[in-house]
Write a protein that binds this ligand. Structure first.
Ligand code: PLP
Length: 397
């Protein structure tokens, strides 16, 4: 029997473990089964037709729906406090499907300048090809964003904190601006996760995740998720089931398993990143540290108001030239030099070879990303070991 649970009365730590997993699975399995079957058989043609038409619950074909994906979508729906959710083969698939499902030729999008590199490619390269106008604004200039929104737009796209410079946007304030012109407000919540920030509760319409990052948490599966109201999600789901950016069941299972420890991991990511940021701030070989949990961050007050924790990602610029970066990276013992973030293990890399590798030097400069910047996704290791490791690497430069 389906259990009726008031999830809004359940804390995030319990939602992470039990969300989507309170009903009885086949064979009374205690864990969500990974259903790899592409097709589902029917003895009764009438029942098959009913399921195909959506008049009866059931599964037909794996590009459309899958029982393992259902569990994952329900877990993120509960964690984000949304009415509906759908899944994708990657974070970029989630972003592009959301944009292409909702926009048409002649529409106008207002977005911030420094979104994730792949997202900014969609804004700069692909949407204009389809006759969709994109106005990129200074990420933290809320006055400019409000002014551009007031000129009229169908979609306002936010990302906060941003990757890799950890800028903060006021979701509540900007959602109000979007709503006043009838625009959909979408927020990329990848860096914060629902443990630290819930954009829908702050007024946004859609929340997007690269589930590849903190949600999965173990660097072993790609995925994307979008939450919103049933009408919006149906539209996005329909676009996805036709273009085929469906998440695989094995990846969905890995993300589900990772999400069981999401609340626990985020507590540790939050405290580790804050401690490392404070430690790096003191070091003579570091110029600037970008982390929204530092009270020196220009948007610390907004971050403190809308976030429960400041997340596991920080970035910093090394004093001197960018030539020091390779030496620094190779001297670290407990950090992968890799193009990724959000894992249990610490990961470092310069944005020019990671998040913004697809951008030119001019584009990175336009996006406000210094060439000597190092992004660091702080893992869940013991922070004393990580601090000691970073300090010995810096001292050798
Ligand atoms: C903030 C943000 N959004 C979206 C993406 C894209 O996610 P994926 O690599 O899963 O496609 C990334 C990837 O790094 C990201 O950092």
């Amino acid at each position: 029997m389906k259990k009726q649970i008031s999830w809004d009365k359940v804390k995030a730590g319990t939602q992470s473990v039990w969300g989507g997993e309170t009903d009885v699975f086949p064979h009374r399995a205690t864990q969500a089964p990974t259903v790899n079957s592409v097709a589902y058989g029917y003895d009764d043609l009438d029942e098959w037709i009913q399921v195909a038409k959506g008049e009866k619950e059931g599964y037909i074909y794996g590009r459309n729906t899958n029982p393992t994906l259902d569990v994952l979508e329900e877990k993120i729906r509960i964690l984000e406090g949304a009415q509906a959710a759908t899944s994708f083969s990657s974070g970029m698939a989630a972003i592009s499907n959301t944009l292409f499902a909702h926009l048409k030729s002649g529409d106008r999008v207002v977005a911030s300048k420094d979104t994730y590199g792949g997202t900014s490619k969609i804004f700069l390269e692909f949407l204009p090809q389809y006759g969709i106008e994109v106005k990129l604004c200074d990420t933290t200039d809320h006055h400019q964003i409000e002014k551009e929104v007031a000129k009229g737009c169908q979609l306002l796209y936010l990302e906060t904190p941003t990757n890799p410079t950890l800028k903060i946007q006021d979701i509540n304030k900007l959602s109000e601006a979007g709503k006043s012109v009838g625009a959909l407000v979408a927020v990329d919540n990848t860096l914060a996760t629902p443990i630290n920030q819930q954009p829908l509760a702050l007024g946004a319409d859609l929340v997007i995740h690269s589930a590849t990052k903190f949600l999965c948490g173990h660097s072993d599966a790609l995925g994307g998720l979008v939450c919103g109201n049933p009408e919006q999600i149906k539209k996005i789901f329909h676009f996805r089931e036709i273009n085929g950016a469906t998440l695989g069941a094995n990846a969905a299972y890995l993300i589900l398993r990772g999400m069981k420890t999401l609340a626990l991991r985020m507590e540790r990511h939050n405290s580790n990143a804050l401690e490392l940021a404070r430690c790096l701030l003191e070091h003579p070989k570091i110029d600037t540290v970008f982390y929204p949990g530092l009270d020196t961050h220009p948007s610390f007050d907004t971050a403190a108001e809308q976030m429960k924790g400041f997340g596991g990602v920080l970035s910093f610029s090394l004093s001197g030239t960018e030539d020091l970066i390779p030496a620094f990276l190779t001297k670290l013992n407990f950090a992968h030099a890799a193009a990724h973030l959000g894992s249990v293990d610490t990961i470092v890399g310069p944005p020019k070879t990671t998040s913004h590798v697809e951008n030119t030097v001019e584009e990175r400069s336009y996006l406000g990303i210094p060439e000597n910047l190092v992004r660091c996704s702080v893992g869940i290791e013991n922070i004393d070991d990580i601090k000691r490791d970073f300090l010995q690497a810096l001292d050798q430069l």
